[in-house]
Design a protein around this ligand. Structure first.
Ligand SMILES: NC(=O)c1ccc[n+]([C@@H]2O[C@H](COP(=O)([O-])OP(=O)(O)OC[C@H]3O[C@@H](n4cnc5c(N)ncnc54)[C@H](OP(=O)(O)O)[C@@H]3O)[C@@H](O)[C@H]2O)c1
Length: 249
């Protein structure tokens, strides 16, 4: 069993619910995000529900790259080892390119891709030293194709994350270090709380249950929930672009 799990972006949405569900399965948790008061409330809730569970929290802005390494190393000091890292922190800001919102697109690119790169480096530094560990990278169904409008940059960052994960998996094949990339469909969270009509949207709990099941199986890649996202993913990858863009709403 991967006893200790480090989750970034654990203060809301998928990260918060993953913490709850992994704790219920007997894991200890290292949780980080910028809103540390939300992490402290979550830790108190989890320890009350599962008194044997150890939860440590730390403030982390993944755009402060030195801090990413410091926080990951400090969690390892706390627990002695880190058995799984979930690279989850992410941002959904964005605007069509060329419409004056480079600031929003750049923030998404830096957080979702360069921030994920820093987290991957920090995680693998620990895993290589331990000669063990499971790296989990949260991509998105939007990574399947180039996407229009406000999610063009977001989708590109998630394709980048998926390729990073696959490259690391290729690099570490045959070693005790495992890598999984998760492609979630629409799951209710803070990121999409104002979105009314996202196709096939599921509750946070249902979506995260599918993520946690896939992660525990240590699959190389998983579309979650599998239905309808496996066939939708196939369609997104292979349909002509005018049809593919309609599938994502
Ligand atoms: N929900 C979906 O439908 C969906 C679908 C596909 C993929 N995803 C991916 O799932 C992941 C989690 O998103 P979510 O849906 O759970 O959204 P969310 O509720 O908005 O949560 C995002 C998390 O990321 C953290 N975060 C954002 N910027 C950060 C930064 N600079 N440094 C550290 N932490 C940061 C936030 O914490 P603080 O603000 O406290 O720092 C928060 O805990 C993201 O990578 C997202 O792209 C979500």
């Amino acid at each position: 069993m991967r006893k200790t799990i480090l989750i970034t972006g654990a203060s809301s949405g998928l990260g918060e619910e993953m913490a709850r569900q992994f704790a219920a399965r007997g894991h200890d948790l290292a949780l980080c995000a910028r809103r540390v008061e939300k992490l402290e409330a979550l830790a108190a809730e989890i320890v009350a529900a599962h008194p044997g569970c150890r939860v440590e929290v730390r403030a982390l802005d993944v755009n402060d790259h030195d801090q990413v390494f410091e926080v990951f190393r400090a969690f390892r000091e706390d627990f002695g080892s880190i058995d799984r890292v979930v690279v989850n922190a992410g941002l959904g800001k964005g605007a069509p390119l060329g419409t004056g919102r480079f600031d929003a697109n750049r923030e998404t690119a830096m957080t979702n891709f360069v921030g994920a790169l820093a987290q991957t480096e920090a995680a693998l530094e620990i895993f290589r030293d331990q000669n063990a560990g499971h790296l989990v990278m949260i991509s998105s169904m939007s990574a399947m194709r180039g996407m229009p409008r406000t999610i063009t940059t977001y989708a590109a960052t998630k394709a980048g994350v998926a390729h990073l994960a696959e490259g690391v998996r290729a690099d570490l094949m045959g070693t005790p270090i495992k890598v999984s990339v998760i492609y979630p469909g629409y799951i209710r969270s803070e990121m999409n709380e104002r979105v009314k009509n996202a196709p096939f949207m599921v509750s946070t709990e249902k979506g995260v249950t599918a993520i946690v099941e896939a992660v525990e199986k240590e699959k190389g890649s998983a579309h979650v929930p599998p239905w309808p996202w496996i066939p939708v993913g196939f369609g997104l990858k292979h349909l002509p672009l005018p049809l593919a863009r309609k599938l994502m709403g």
